[in-house]
Design a protein around this ligand. Structure first.
Ligand code: SAH
Length: 367
């Protein structure tokens, strides 16, 4: 049987054999970023024949408005001569490409910036290099956020945090147990509950969730990313994080696997599907705030882009390319529509910025 298993599944089984059942977060980390077999390491999940599509790939308006947002924030900072524009998980480089093209209209902005891209995938890094080469701005790559040098920065990330490993715990009669990956009775990978209950877990939960019933599932991510973001933003700079998730901590299993634009079982074919989980914006905000940053939002993606003027932008694009008007309309409504089919409601935007910066564009209703 072992011969039919992928090298990554063999490795995961070996690790379980040596160290025992593996937390879901560790499984997710290996599936996505194992240096040889990880999902993101080898492929372009967004390209033709890819697995999923993201907002910047749906419409240029997404990146353009974020570009104007970055330039507005830069001005609000007093138009410093040197600023780092950082993008976390830039995918195919589309957001940054559209952003910098649009921000050309803001005098002085492009000559003040150095772009830093945080990308773990060598395959995507190559695509980004090609994509941004024509823009004539300096671009540097890092595989980890911590490697980006400190200093005044404007950070953006779309669908990055959902790919960071998530832990799960399940409530049982004797307390909360971490959910782990084990080898089931049928010999296949399976989700189980760790034998020992997590110590003092209930008291660390948000108050509203402490009375959860047996069977309830709670998800959390390691604090390090949010702490790092808050630490970097507390005295200068601003970050814009867009992702799907909930604005208040809640219960439920949101781990999902997507391949070929369809949901699949997260335990089958590890490393061959994208694995993600909803972002808990409340937890992210609390961590970043505890480091001294100020939090803006979270608000729905729909409201953020309406505040930034996406309706006007769509009208201008339609006027300049009438033969594409129907496509522009479809993209526009996908980005801002409410309900399960649109991205306007499930996706949220949160700003994390230096308190001295004041209100951030897009987070307040424009007057
Ligand atoms: N922001 C892009 C791509 C989203 S997919 C878009 O909106 O289209 C997630 C991106 O994050 C990919 O570029 C992936 O390679 C990168 N990524 C995922 N986990 C990462 C990690 N731990 N460190 C750095 N980059 C990561």
């Amino acid at each position: 049987m072992a011969d039919a298993l992928s090298p990554l599944e063999q490795e995961i089984r070996r690790l379980i054999g040596v160290a025992g059942p593996m937390p879901i977060a560790e499984y997710m980390r290996l599936c996505l970023t194992h240096p040889r077999y990880g999902y993101y390491v080898n492929r372009d999940p967004l390209g033709a024949g890819g697995d999923f599509i993201t907002s910047p790939e749906i419409s240029q308006m997404f990146g353009e408005l974020i570009g104007l947002w970055m330039a507005a924030v830069w001005r609000q900072m007093g138009a410093p001569e040197n600023v780092r524009i950082v993008e976390l998980g830039p995918g195919r480089g589309t957001l940054m490409h559209d952003a910098l093209r649009a921000a050309k209209v803001v005098e002085g902005f492009r000559s003040a910036i150095v772009v830093h891209l945080v990308e773990i995938s060598p395959a995507l890094q190559q695509i980004q290099e090609r994509r941004l080469a024509e823009l004539d701005v300096p671009v540097l790559w890092h595989s980890r956020f911590e490697e980006v040098p400190a200093g005044t920065s404007i950070i953006v990330a779309n669908e990055f945090v959902d790919a960071l490993p998530v832990h799960q715990a399940i409530k049982q009669d004797d307390g909360w147990h971490e959910r782990v990956i084990d080898i089931g009775a049928d010999g296949r990978l399976d989700i189980a509950a760790a034998r020992e209950a997590l110590q003092h877990f209930e008291t660390s939960l948000p108050r509203a969730l402490r009375q959860a019933k047996p069977g309830a599932i709670y998800e959390w991510r390691a604090d390090d990313f949010a702490l790092e973001l808050g630490r970097r933003m507390r005295s200068e700079g601003a970050a814009l994080i867009i992702d799907y998730g909930h604005d208040h901590a809640s219960l439920g299993d949101t781990l999902q696997a997507v391949a070929g634009h369809a949901f699949t079982d997260p335990l089958r074919a590890p490393g061959k599907a994208d694995l993600t989980a909803h972002v808990d914006f409340e937890a992210l905000a609390q961590c970043a705030e505890s480091m001294g940053a100020r939090i803006h939002g979270p608000i729905r993606q729909r409201d953020f882009f309406l505040h930034l003027g996406i309706e006007k932008r769509a009208a201008a694009l339609k006027a300049s390319a009438p033969h594409k008007a129907a496509d522009i309309e479809i993209a526009f409504s996908r980005l801002i529509a409410e309900g399960a089919r649109g991205m306007g409601e499930l996706f949220k935007a949160i700003g994390i910025a230096a308190p001295a910066l004041g209100p951030l564009p897009g987070f307040e209703t424009p007057s």
